[in-house]
Design a protein around this ligand. Structure first.
Ligand SMILES: NC(=O)c1ccc[n+]([C@@H]2O[C@H](COP(=O)([O-])OP(=O)(O)OC[C@H]3O[C@@H](n4cnc5c(N)ncnc54)[C@H](OP(=O)(O)O)[C@@H]3O)[C@@H](O)[C@H]2O)c1
Length: 307
């Protein structure tokens, strides 16, 4: 087994693998998107994630059957992974799709924690994150106290915020979170300085979108991201030996305040590729600077579509 490098996740002091696992792709049928992973593949994949040494898994009550599958297929290995889920999730399961809503009340948080513990087949969650929201609403509803109460009861160990602009600065300013999760990659770098600000507040940094959804090789077309790649001619910088995914992932981990990135994949070959890329470490600074400069030029052009 390749020994995955670890980082201390901010105030939590948890030693997490720099490559975590984002389990949204295991959400199952009647949710959203085109691809459905069946139970057998989910079982094999989750066990493979642990066999490869990944020790940090992110999920949410509103990722369909993701929590339930983690509980069914790997709760017997609970001491091998840190578990992060979310709250504020007020979803409705329709016959053919899942309607995802977020509601900021104590009742919803209480329902989320009870359901998550049951589905995940565990007595405690390592990290409970607000799934979006904004500082004012969360504060006015007394929801930070609710999370601290869960912590006092031993139901959770740490509290976090999963956010993005424009709500992210307010969440950082609250200065109560052990971790902050946000999207970031070389193709969508607008949170670059906010990662630094969040880390300076002492929060552990969890990056999502760290492989830019697969970049130009993505199964689901994301034109705004693809445009950035093409216009910046990043293929030229991959050279002979580096895949597009490797360049994207190694750029993400080059951020000086990066702790872990919860890349989502349901493809064993992609998982192996991501592990191998991560083990190569950050990009050398001249390549990193060249990518940064090319992407900046594209994104600052008046006609650019912002990813
Ligand atoms: N608001 C929130 O809190 C929030 C929002 C979104 C996501 N998240 C969390 O963040 C995690 C990751 O987010 P994400 O899925 O949006 O972004 P992501 O990890 O950047 O992208 C996942 C996509 O990248 C593809 N991929 C992975 N490795 C690849 C490789 N080596 N080559 C080509 N394609 C590759 C995957 O397809 P394959 O399966 O084919 O590999 C998948 O479609 C989620 O699972 C979830 O846990 C949180």
């Amino acid at each position: 087994m390749t020994l995955l490098p670890k980082r201390t996740l901010g105030k939590t002091n948890l030693e997490v693998t720099q490559l975590g696992y984002g389990s949204m792709g295991l959400r199952g049928p009647a949710t959203w998107g085109v691809r459905v992973v069946d139970d057998e593949a989910a079982d094999q994949f989750l066990n493979r994630v642990l066999d490869k040494g990944i020790n940090f898994i992110d999920t949410s009550p509103d990722y369909g059957v993701s929590e339930e599958r983690i509980g069914r297929f790997i709760s017997s290995r609970r001491n091998e992974y840190y578990l992060a889920t979310k709250c504020g999730c007020d979803y409705i399961q329709h016959e053919d799709h899942l309607e995802v809503l977020h509601t900021w009340t104590k009742d919803v948080l209480q329902r989320n924690i009870e359901t998550s513990l049951e589905r995940l087949q565990t007595d405690y969650i390592d990290l409970l994150q607000f799934h979006g929201g904004n500082a004012e609403t969360i504060q006015q509803a007394g929801l930070i106290e609710t999370l601290l109460d869960f912590k006092a009861q031993g139901l959770i160990r740490f509290i976090g915020s999963s956010s993005s602009l424009p709500h992210l600065p307010g969440m950082i300013e609250l200065d109560v979170f052990d971790t902050i999760q946000m999207p970031y990659s070389c193709l969508a770098p607008r949170h670059h300085d906010w990662i630094t600000k969040a880390a300076e507040s002492g929060a552990g940094i969890i990056i999502r979108g760290g492989i830019a959804h697969g970049g130009p090789d993505a199964e689901i077309d994301r034109p705004a991201l693809f445009d950035v790649w093409t216009q910046a001619n990043l293929d030229e910088l991959c050279g002979e030996s580096m895949s597009r995914a490797e360049l994207i992932l190694r750029y993400t981990i080059s951020h000086p305040h990066f702790n872990t990135t919860i890349v989502g994949t349901c493809d064993p070959e992609h998982l192996d590729e991501n592990i191998s890329s991560l083990c190569k470490g950050p990009l050398d600074s001249s390549l990193y600077d060249e990518i940064t400069s090319r992407v900046k030029t594209i994104l600052e052009a008046p006609e650019s579509r912002k990813p």
